[in-house]
Design a protein around this ligand. Structure first.
Ligand SMILES: *Cc1c(COP(=O)(O)O)cnc(C)c1O
Length: 263
């Protein structure tokens, strides 16, 4: 079994994870996710076009992402910069917008600005300054979402809610950054009332920020386990990995240090 463009054949590992026909699997998963997004929009009186699906592709190999592109996806979100950067290189022949949704270290800034269109995990002015300098050198801008810790868990990145407004004000100093909205990871819990309160908080913060910064209108919230609730609470971007690409082989603690099993 080979990909239509003549790329590498599927390995046994690929087949175990994505089946012998990854394109069909991804198309079916996407259709199901699309349906769920549409229903959540309908029941909350929202226009489907007001919600952007950002597929999260971490751990999915680049050659499998070719099928995702064939299935119609043109933007991919990654948590870690090295993984994103190498996939960007492998898929350079495809028109894809890359988004980085995970914590960034200052020494990785130069890799991000080379190829990413959007950074959704901004939570430090040091990183903002480093990004701005690098972008100025490259003569380009970057869309950013400011990450807020709405769950109060020590393991989560993001600003304390009280620190958000001064932080957004301070971003005015960095003309190469284009603040588009706020981002959060809700509490990992089966108690949906607690999860929902994280989304409600992010929305309230957005409503305050937008008064002084009209561009800060976006709400990136909701993942595989909670995206319908997020849409009900106003999400404009949902970041969905496993509902499209299947379960990941890596535990979430790899991405969120200290993450524990849902409580
Ligand atoms: C992995 C990841 C997601 C998607 O999680 P799923 O459970 O696979 O939908 C969303 N946001 C961030 C920041 C992630 O790292």
């Amino acid at each position: 079994m080979t990909i239509s463009d003549g790329s590498a054949p599927l390995s046994a590992e690929d087949i175990a994870r994505f089946g012998p026909d990854p394109l069909a699997v991804l198309q079916a998963n996407l259709a199901a996710v699309e349906q769920r997004i549409a229903s959540a929009c309908a029941r909350s009186g929202r226009d489907r076009a007001s919600v952007r699906l950002l597929p999260i592709t971490k751990t999915v190999p680049a050659h499998i992402l070719r099928y995702a592109h064939e299935a119609g996806l043109t933007c991919f979100g990654e948590n870690k910069i090295q993984e994103a950067s190498s996939k960007h290189g492998e898929l350079a022949d495809l028109a894809i917008d890359w988004s980085i949704v995970g914590h960034l270290q200052t020494n990785k800034v130069k890799y991000l600005t080379r190829f990413a269109r959007e950074f959704q995990a901004l939570d430090s002015l040091r990183i903002a300054e480093a990004l701005d300098q690098r972008l100025a050198r490259e003569g380009r801008t970057l869309d950013v979402f400011v990450q807020v810790n709405t769950s109060g868990e020590a393991s989560k990145f993001g600003l304390h809610p009280d620190a958000l407004l001064p932080f957004v004000d301070a971003l005015d100093r960095f003309p190469r950054l284009v603040p588009r909205g706020l981002m959060t990871l809700a509490l990992f819990s089966v108690d949906m009332a607690k999860v929902r309160s994280c989304f409600v908080l992010l929305r309230a913060l957005r409503d305050q920020a937008i008064e002084r910064h009209p561009g800060v209108s976006g709400l990136s919230m909701g993942m595989t386990g909670d995206f319908e609730t997020a849409i009900e609470e106003g999400a404009t971007v949902v970041r969905i990995g496993q509902a499209i690409f299947g379960q990941r082989p890596t535990p979430d603690s790899h991405y969120w240090p200290g993450a524990e099993a849902p409580s």
